[in-house]
Each structure stands twice: as C-alpha cells, then as structure tokens.
Write a protein that binds this ligand. Structure first.
Ligand SMILES: Cc1cc2nc3c(=O)[nH]c(=O)nc-3n(C[C@H](O)[C@H](O)[C@H](O)COP(=O)(O)O)c2cc1C
Length: 352
C-alpha cells in the first residue's frame, strides 16, 4: 500500500467501529403532515428557547425547534407576552409550540390560535414539575390524571390539522408508579401523533440518572413515534439512548445552551462516524455575538442584558479567566458595555 492510501483506509476502519445506531439521527422522519429532515431536535426550555436561540439552533441543523411553554389561558386572553414567546420565523421551520393547561376546551381553543400563528406541531406539556404549574393540574400533574390528559389531546386533535404531541416524564413520584405506559397508550388512543419522554419523574426534577428502561417500555407499548430526552450531550449519550430505548428521535435541551453547534457536530458524527472538533474561539465569539444582537433585536436592550447573563457564561464556560469575567459581567448595565467587556475577554484567545 502506498503511504497516501493509508489515510482513507484508516478512516474507513474507524467509521466501521462506530456503532451503527448513530445513523438514524440523520434520517428524515415523516409524521402526518410534518416532515423532519433529521431526528435530532431541540427541547423546549422556559427562559431560553426564544426566537434568537431557536434560530441559531436551527441554523446548526436541528430537525425541529420548540418554543417554551405558553399558557393556554394567556393565549385566549391575547396576552402580549404569550405571543412574543411564540413569535416564529420561516427560517426556523419546523417549530413546535408548547401549550400548558388543564381544561380541554381552553386547550383546544388555544391550539387553534397556535396553529394560526405558525405552529408546525402543537405540543402539550405533561412534564413541568414546577409547583406554580402543577397546582393548577397542568404540566406533570397530568401524569396523575391520564383520562384528563387524553381528553385534552382529543379535544385539541379535533380542532387542528397540525400534529398534536405530548411531552411527558416517566412518572409523578416513583418510576412507572403512575403507569407511564398506560399514560402513553391513552394519549396515543386520543390522537397524539408522537410522544417525547424526559426520562425522569416529576420528583426527580432535573437530577439523578435518566431512566432509559421506562423510556424503552413506553416506546414498546405504543405505535406512534417516541422521542427520547434527558442528558444527551455526547455521541456516547446518544448511542446509549438509541440502543437501550429504540426511540425514533432524540431531543436535546441543556446540552445546547452555550453550545448550539451540538446539533451540527452530532449530525456530522451520525453521517460519518467522526465527531468534528468543537468550534474555535473565533467562531464561538462570532456565534455568541450573533446571539446577543438577535436577543437585543427580539427582546429589547434591558431584557437582552438580563438574558446575556445566563448565555455568556455558558458560551465561555471553561475558558481561562472566565470566573472574573463573569463576575464583571453581572455589574454591566448597558448592552454596549456587555459587548465591550465580552470583546476584551475574547481578545487573548483569538489568532491575529
Ligand atoms: C431552564 C429549563 C426550562 C425548561 N422549560 C421547559 C418547558 O417550557 N417545557 C418543557 O416541556 N420542558 C421544559 N424543560 C425540560 C426540558 O425540555 C428537558 O426535558 C429537560 O431539560 C431534560 O433534557 P436535557 O437533559 O437535554 O436538558 C426545561 C428545562 C430547563 C433546564
């Protein structure tokens, strides 16, 4: 073999040793009238997944993005903030708009508003563990009342043409105690087009290991597609979830904060078996600045400063001198000073 032939041969061997399950992520998926170009999707996150963040994640290839949850009541009251949460852009298609509530009639009315507002999917929040939400029987509280959840799904499905989906946890307090499979079957029979499962119970909140066994049991108990969610940050996490649960797609939440390129990296790995290096400091800075300017445009200067305090630390995590910079960041009161400070922080990391 000539020396210049060694490269491709080695590359091929490496690819062959990468688990095959990864390939599914870059395959498309059709659900009713919804076409997903791949199976790596962004999870809804209150306070994060607004238009600026969603558009970035979309540009990095996510197969679908999701708004944070919107209250059905506030939509019916035509609350301005609710419409701002849902504001979407043709460039970020498809977009899932998530509703929370517990009254089937109101959820159905809100679903029609959301559909008219450009939703490609109308998702029902059956996972939020926050007391403010659960005390009104919404969010993860619905896991305790599958019949009500089923009525919500069927009343929405009757009113809209777009797919209605459910995002659930594995249970309320104990794993499977409220009958995760039973819940999934009821929402399927009521007309849900797919289900996303965050592999934790309501009591787990966001800690502890993701329960892949219950996700697998849910997946094998229904015919509609099931998406797996929880702690996916690397190829290993993705493979573990795909292998153990056989889900149809993966959804990433926190792993995308300060890291929107996780989608393009994992999709490239899915296609080639090779995980591209993380972006250079210069690309990191450019993306962060793009994000900051989009936030200013979408939220206005004041809110953009507040939001920048959670996004900038995420983009600069692990960089030398970061903790001092982040402390200074909290003291800035104008958008311009946030930009200037961030610019000087990045300077030593950039090549000439
Ligand atoms: C700050 C934050 C806000 C969230 N907001 C929502 C929400 O509005 N609706 C929802 O269904 N899940 C919400 N979640 C849960 C995520 O969608 C996801 O299920 C969870 O974070 C686990 O996935 P991950 O480990 O990839 O982050 C939120 C999570 C976080 C961290």
């Amino acid at each position: 073999m000539k020396p210049d032939e060694a490269g491709p041969r080695i590359l091929e061997e490496k690819i062959l040793h990468v688990p095959n399950e990864r390939r599914i992520l870059s395959n498309s998926l059709k659900i009713k009238n919804l076409f997903l170009k791949n199976r790596l999707l962004m999870a809804p996150m209150a306070g994060y997944t607004n238009l600026p963040f969603r558009s970035l994640v979309s540009e990095y290839g996510a197969g679908m993005v999701a708004t944070e949850m919107v209250s059905c009541e506030s939509l019916i009251r035509r609350n301005e903030r609710a419409f701002k949460i849902m504001k979407n852009d043709l460039k970020e298609k498809p977009v899932s708009i998530q509703l929370f509530g517990s009254d089937p009639c109101k959820m159905a009315e809100a679903a029609t508003i959301v559909e008219d507002f450009g939703a490609d999917v109308i998702d029902i929040n059956c996972g939020c563990p926050v007391k403010k939400i659960t005390k009104s029987k919404s969010g993860s509280s619905l896991l305790k009342d599958p019949t009500l959840a089923g009525r919500i799904v069927s009343s929405m499905v009757r009113k809209v043409r777009k797919p209605v989906s459910v995002k659930m946890r594995t249970g309320w307090d104990t794993i499977g105690a409220t009958g995760a499979e039973e819940f999934a079957k009821i929402v399927e029979d009521s007309g849900a087009s797919f289900i996303t499962v965050h592999g934790r119970t309501k009591n787990d909140f966001f800690t502890g290991l993701v329960d892949l066994d219950t996700i697998e049991r849910i997946k094998s108990s229904v015919k509609i597609p099931v998406f797996g969610n929880g702690d996916i940050r690397s190829p290993n996490d993705a493979i573990e979830m795909l292998r153990r649960t056989k889900v149809d797609a993966l959804m990433i939440g926190r792993g995308a904060i300060g890291n929107p390129w996780i989608f393009s990296r994992l999709l490239s790995w899915s296609r080639t078996g090779i995980l591209p290096s993380p972006p250079s400091s210069s690309e990191r800075k450019n993306v962060l600045f793009l994000h900051l300017h989009r936030m200013k445009k979408h939220l206005g200067e004041k809110l953009a400063i507040l939001h920048s305090r959670k996004h900038i630390p995420a983009y600069t995590k692990g960089m030398e001198g970061g903790s001092f910079f982040r402390r200074k960041l909290m003291e800035q009161s104008s958008f311009e000073s946030v930009i200037n400070l961030t610019e000087s922080f990045f300077k030593p990391f950039l090549c000439n």
